[in-house]
Design a protein around this ligand. Structure first.
Ligand code: UDX
Ligand code: UDX
Ligand code: ADP
Length: 471
């Protein structure tokens, strides 16, 4: 008989574990959900009386407000969380390795391993262990080996893979109404029973036909594959945007036209200055590493090209800025609007803005940055990580963080839109124009603003995937 889950523990209170398990708690009031993390300040933020949560996600506060203290708890007592639960989500970070074998490509599984070992050491009863973090194919196998080698008598561990497909900024609506929930299990009687236990949890709010049960390895690979295919769509449309700029075609029209083919579909076809976020690049590099380890160099090269195209897109954009500003931006002030990797998030991981700003710094421009959501300390942190050899004091001489778009654009030669924040649509562009040096340039890296309207005001507008006005 499948175990009826009544207590869930989630190890890792980050971007994935926090919202996912908060929503499970909200939708399953009969299940006690405890989210544990080693990071005291993160847990304190989750528990803060004024709900200043450690991550910004629309709707998340309402979920936490309703469930916290009822059947949702945040704690640093990892062992107690493990001991009491019948089902444990492992939702720790799996960053790209910075050193050793596979550096720059492979996922660092150290955190997954430490969490798994902790489960084996602490558990006094059988547990269903669910891998939630995105991991390379066959990680569940390693987890199983560790658990079995270290378990106490009478403790069974069943391993499931249940990758998370939420996107940042829409996490809560994605969790409330997922396209699908994917659960991978071993194709044994015990594996299938464990799978049914987790299906029952999701069935509290997700229609049965959207809960897919597959094999463990298919589940692990599907997560990498979904992100790789999504990123590939963006690199494909961005590659086409370069052709548009050179020929006079308009990338928005092209995307619209091809999206009408029901086999292609209209979503995720927005040309941009390049994709960012914690997942796409990491997961593709993981797939590249996996392919190479499996002696499939052609497959590795195919996927690697998606990331290379993305790097090319960012470089191409900053070169276009320099070319348009009469081949030099030395000493010129550039306003960068947006620093997050996309709108509606404060997350900056792999944000294209970081690369652009670094390029502008190398050209010795002065850069003003404004983002409505990203913390100032985060921007300094990202910029100094991007240029490890340059002391932060020198960076601060070149870069200024501003508190509004208008302030950032004051006395600038050019405005660069790097994130598609809605508020940039509502800027008083006439006011911006008055404050800028002339000619005043706008570079729209997100197909956001109305180029015709801005041109009428007097701006010289350059848009991704459209030929330059001068061409
Ligand atoms: C992604 C996947 O969408 C999600 O399913 C997975 O669980 C985690 O990775 P996320 O990284 O939060 O989610 O953001 P997403 O909305 O997918 O955007 C990724 C990047 O692609 C952003 O920089 C975004 O601006 C860019 N993008 C997206 C485009 O440039 N054009 C598009 O049409 C769509
Ligand atoms: C294609 C386009 O579909 C059509 O819109 C365009 O006008 C002409 O080119 P066609 O070449 O007739 O049409 O065949 P299509 O059904 O697209 O298949 C092309 C090839 O892809 C075939 O060899 C098919 O077997 C293969 N294919 C298609 C796959 O291997 N897998 C699939 O999922 C789909
Ligand atoms: P993700 O985007 O995958 O959710 P995050 O970095 O936002 O990644 O969150 C992962 C969280 O997991 C971090 O808050 C980290 O402190 C926590 N963590 C990592 N290892 C452990 C562990 N062994 N026990 C408890 N928490 C852990």
């Amino acid at each position: 008989m499948p175990v009826k889950v009544s207590k869930i523990c989630c190890i890792g209170a980050g971007y994935v574990g926090g919202p996912t398990c908060a929503v499970i708690a909200l939708k399953c009031p009969h299940i006690t959900v405890t989210i544990v993390d080693l990071n005291q300040s993160r847990v304190d933020a989750w528990n803060s009386p004024d709900f200043s949560l450690p991550i910004y996600e629309p709707g998340l506060v309402d979920v936490v407000r309703e469930a916290r203290g009822r059947n949702l708890f945040f704690s640093t007592d990892v062992d107690k969380g493990i001991e009491e639960a019948d089902l444990i989500f492992v939702s720790v970070n799996t960053p790209t390795k910075k050193s050793g074998v596979g550096a720059g490509f492979a996922a660092d599984l150290n955190y997954v391993e430490l969490a798994t070992r902790r489960i084996a050491t602490v558990a006094n009863s059988s547990k269903i262990v669910v891998e939630k973090s995105t991991v390379p194919c066959r990680t569940a196998e390693s987890m199983r080996t560790i658990l079995e080698a270290n378990s106490k008598p009478n403790c069974r561990f069943d391993i499931l893979s249940n990758p998370e497909f939420l996107a940042e900024g829409t996490a809560i609506s994605d969790l409330f109404n997922p396209d699908r929930v994917l659960i991978g299990s071993l194709e044994t009687k015990e594996g299938e029973e464990a799978c049914r236990s987790l299906v029952e949890v999701y069935a509290n709010w997700v229609p049965q036909e959207r809960i897919l049960s597959v094999g463990l390895w298919s589940s692990e690979l599907s997560k990498l594959a979904a992100n790789a295919m999504l990123a590939q769509r963006i690199s494909s449309i961005n590659a086409l945007s370069a052709i548009c700029e050179a020929t006079g075609a308009n990338i928005d029209e092209v995307a619209h036209a091809i999206g009408y083919d029901s086999r292609i579909g209209p979503k995720f076809l927005k040309a941009s200055v390049g994709f960012g976020g914690s997942c796409f690049q990491k997961d593709i590099l993981n797939l590249v590493y996996l392919s190479e380890s499996l002696h499939l160099p052609e497959v590795a090269a195919y996927w690697r090209q998606v990331v290379e195209m993305n790097e090319y897109q960012k470089r191409r954009f900053s070169k276009r800025v320099v070319d348009t500003l009469f081949n030099t931006i030395t000493g010129k002030r550039i306003a960068v609007l947006g620093f997050a990797f996309k709108a509606d998030t404060g997350d900056t991981r792999e944000s294209a803005a970081i690369t652009l700003i670094k390029d502008f710094q190398c050209e010795r421009a002065l850069v003003n940055i404004y983002d409505p959501q990203v913390e100032e300390a985060q921007i300094w942190n990202d910029l100094s990580e991007a240029s490890p050899l340059i002391p932060i004091e020198s960076i601060k001489k070149q870069v200024t963080i501003c508190h509004s778009a208008i302030e950032a654009c004051k006395n600038a030669e050019a405005v660069v839109i790097a994130t598609e924040w809605k508020e940039f649509l509502e800027i008083d562009w006439e006011e911006v124009y008055k404050g800028m040096n002339k000619p005043a340039f706008v570079f729209d890296g997100r197909l956001l603003v109305d180029a015709e309207k801005l041109t009428k005001i007097g701006f010289k507008v350059t848009t991704i995937g459209r030929p330059s006005a001068a061409a």
